[in-house]
Design a protein around this ligand. Structure first.
Ligand SMILES: Nc1ncnc2c1ncn2[C@@H]1O[C@H](COP(=O)(O)OP(=O)(O)OP(=O)(O)O)[C@@H](O)[C@H]1O
Ligand code: NI
Length: 420
């Protein structure tokens, strides 16, 4: 991002090279492993520009499971892909900052004017693509709905997990990694990647580790199953193996996109338990994407609710479930009695999610035509208003560009007043 480069005539302290209006040292929460700020991702299609993710902001803290929930097409998966730089053409992250806490990476780039550094955080959107790639595995890993997509069907499960272990070992072998296990980048790593072939090379130790990991995720007789091919595993077992593979790099952040949606209810509960266990014993952070409020209720510490590419509400699980502020969240929660209900269901909301084509998205609330509380002005007026929700709603924070504050919901002035 060119705007993080300070003008030549400005003296910038070596430890505060950051764009925007908050060029200070360490302005981000020290316990935020990720701070996502105003992230936008668009698809430039023949039908026009699709605003899949629109100015999304959230923090991911140490040791937490953060849920992202919303209807189909609300931008959950594209948000996840944007974090790990895997949005494919014709899509592109067009704006925003992805601050990742990594003191060594921050030190490495502190003097580099092209890279955003803020205290111990680095803006991943500004680091070289090679460095970002090297973070996949040792820093960030992913699990998806379909485990077959994560495995090559012609290589044994054990070998593929062992290979993920090798990636981590190579990262550790980098001399610059003495202070951090997330130091898997830089020239040394780059050369090593070139010398050590990507496929087929795994040491005995890595295979041993793969067996340990398979055992950890509850695969019976792992020493035998390590030599089997993905096709020989059942769906639930392969899901476990995918978690083992994701853990092999000892990531700081695990991104799980609908990890249990394809599984039957019993297996789903087992996999969720497993995820919670590994989260706790590794002290990592998880971004859990799901459309299932039951999964959110069972698993998450905090929640972001997405609608039409935007985060419309976020907060602790209790705050969002017990005291929703945004009408969309209220609609989603529907008639859920309480958090103790093990399987609350997503309440269908009348109408459809908008198509997100830029030309059709004007400056109004995208939920208004489905919103039972909508006023005339919601459909017509620019609806932007910043509400300091932290102050006004205690633990809850409304992040939407078009937040809704019931305490100010005077009929004449639903979204008017201090807008703009
Ligand atoms: N490759 C693509 N080309 C064009 N548009 C895309 C592409 N991928 C995603 N989109 C659009 O981005 C928007 C958000 O999609 P996304 O997959 O993030 O939704 P989601 O919330 O994950 O939904 P689901 O619950 O169905 O997985 C959708 O409107 C979708 O049409
Ligand atoms: Ni999705």
């Amino acid at each position: 991002m060119s705007d993080t480069t300070p003008p030549e005539n400005v003296t910038v302290p070596a430890d505060a090279v950051r764009g925007g209006d908050t060029a200070l040292t360490g302005t981000l929460g020290p316990d935020n492993v990720l701070s996502v700020e105003d992230l936008s991702t668009r698809f430039f299609t023949e039908e026009g520009q699709i605003n899949a993710v629109e100015s999304v902001s959230f923090d991911l803290r140490d040791n937490e499971i953060l849920g992202i929930v919303g209807e189909s097409g609300s931008g959950k998966s594209v948000t996840a892909l944007s974090l790990i730089d895997l949005v494919e053409s014709p899509g592109r992250v067009t704006e925003g900052e992805i601050w990742y806490r990594n003191p060594d990476l921050a030190d490495e780039f502190r003097a580099d004017d092209a890279v955003g550094v803020d205290g111990d955080h680095v803006d991943l959107r500004t680091v070289p693509p090679r460095v970002r790639r090297s973070l996949r595995g040792p820093s960030f890993s992913t699990i998806f709905q379909d485990p077959m997509s994560s495995f090559n069907p012609s290589i044994t499960v054990g070998e593929q997990i062992a290979e993920a272990v090798e990636v981590q070992r190579r990262a550790d072998a980098n001399p610059r990694s003495t202070r951090s296990r997330t130091q898997g980048y830089g020239l040394g790593r780059f050369l090593l990647d070139g010398i050590v072939p990507g496929g087929g090379y795994t040491s005995d130790e890595s295979t041993e580790r793969a067996i340990e990991l398979l055992e950890r995720v509850g695969i019976p007789i792992p020493a035998e199953r390590v030599d089997e091919y993905p096709g020989e595993f059942s769906g639930g077992m392969l899901q476990r193996a995918m978690i083992a593979q994701a853990l092999a790099g000892e990531p700081d952040v695990l991104i799980a996109d609908e990890p249990t949606t394809a599984l039957d209810v019993t297996i789903q509960a087992q996999i969720l338990n497993l995820l919670r266990e590994v989260q706790a014993d590794r002290g990592m952070s998880i971004v859990l994407i799901t459309h299932d409020l039951g999964v959110i209720a069972e698993m998450c510490d905090r929640v972001c609710v997405m609608y039409a590419g935007e985060v419309v509400e976020r907060g602790t699980l209790d705050a969002v479930f017990d005291d929703a502020v945004h009408p969309y969240t209220e609609g989603l929660l529907g008639s859920i009695p309480d958090l103790e209900d093990p399987r609350p269901r997503l309440q269908p909301i009348e109408g459809n999610v908008p198509g997100l084509v830029d030309a059709e998205m004007d400056d109004r609330c995208y939920f208004a035509d489905r919103c039972p509380k909508a006023m005339e002005s919601c459909l017509a007026k620019p609806a932007e208003r910043v509400v300091d929700a932290d102050a006004e709603h205690g633990a809850k924070c409304v992040l939407a560009d078009r937040p809704y504050d019931p305490s100010e919901a005077l009929p004449e002035d639903h979204f008017g007043g201090d807008g703009e």
